[in-house]
Design a binder for this molecule. Structure first.
Ligand SMILES: Cc1cc2nc3c(=O)[nH]c(=O)nc-3n(C[C@H](O)[C@H](O)[C@H](O)COP(=O)(O)O)c2cc1C
Length: 173
C-alpha cells in the first residue's frame, strides 16, 4: 500500500480488536471502566434517541451468577467486571441496533486500554435475557443485548484477519 493509513492509531486499534475470553487476576482500574462506559455512550443512534442503559457489574457474586446462567459467558468466572448493555425497549423498535454500536465502541475502547473483553449475547434469547434481568434487577421494560466481561488478557491474543476482497462489491454486486 502506498499510504500509511493503516498505521493510524485509531485504524490500528480497530484492526487489533479481538475477543478475549481468559483474564489475569489483575484488577481493572475504575478509571478505565469509566472510559469504557463513556465510549459506549458516544455511539450513534437512530434519531439520536440513545435508548441504552449500561449496568457496570463488579460484584463477584453477580458476575458468577451470570456466568453460571449464561451458556456462552463462562469466562465471567474470572472477569473483574462486566458491562451489561441494556435498553429501554419502548424508546426504540431497533434498540438492539443502537446497542450494538454501543457494544462495539466498548470493545474498541477496551482494546485501546490494553484490556480484554468479549461480546456475549443475551438478546435474542429470552432465557438468557431473563438471567441478566434477575441478577441485575432490571426494571420492567429494560432489556439486555449482551454482557461484556472485562479483564486484563491472561495471554497474548492475535486478531483474525477478516479482510476478504471477494466480499466487496463495487457499484454493482
Ligand atoms: C452478536 C454477537 C454475539 C456473540 N455472542 C458471543 C457469546 O455469547 N459468547 C462468546 O464467547 N462470544 C460471542 N461473540 C463473539 C464472537 O464469537 C466473536 O466476535 C467472533 O468469533 C469473531 O472473533 P473476534 O471477536 O476475535 O474477531 C458474539 C459476537 C457477536 C457479534
Amino acid at each position: 500500500m502506498e499510504n500509511n493509513y493503516l498505521e493510524h492509531p485509531v485504524i490500528k486499534n480497530i484492526l487489533s480488536r479481538k475477543s478475549v475470553r481468559k483474564y489475569s487476576p489483575a484488577e481493572v482500574e475504575d478509571e478505565k471502566l469509566e472510559v469504557l462506559l463513556r465510549c459506549g455512550m458516544a455511539a450513534p443512534s437512530g434519531k439520536n434517541v440513545q435508548p441504552w442503559e449500561l449496568v457496570l457489574v463488579k460484584d463477584r457474586a453477580m458476575l458468577d451468577a451470570m456466568g453460571e446462567g449464561l451458556p456462552y459467558a463462562k469466562m465471567l468466572a474470572d472477569a473483574k467486571a462486566a458491562i451489561v448493555v441494556c435498553a429501554v425497549e419502548e424508546k426504540c423498535d431497533y434498540w438492539y441496533v443502537d446497542c450494538s454500536a454501543v457494544t462495539e465502541n466498548i470493545l474498541l475502547a477496551a482494546e485501546a486500554l490494553g484490556l480484554g473483553a468479549v461480546w456475549t449475547a443475551t438478546y435474542p434469547y429470552p432465557e438468557r435475557m431473563q438471567v441478566v434481568k434477575d441478577v441485575c434487577c432490571l426494571p420492567e421494560g429494560v432489556v439486555s443485548l449482551c454482557v461484556i466481561p472485562v479483564g486484563y488478557p491472561a495471554k497474548e491474543y492475535n486478531p483474525r484477519d477478516k479482510y476478504v476482497t471477494d466480499k466487496i462489491h463495487r457499484d454493482k454486486f
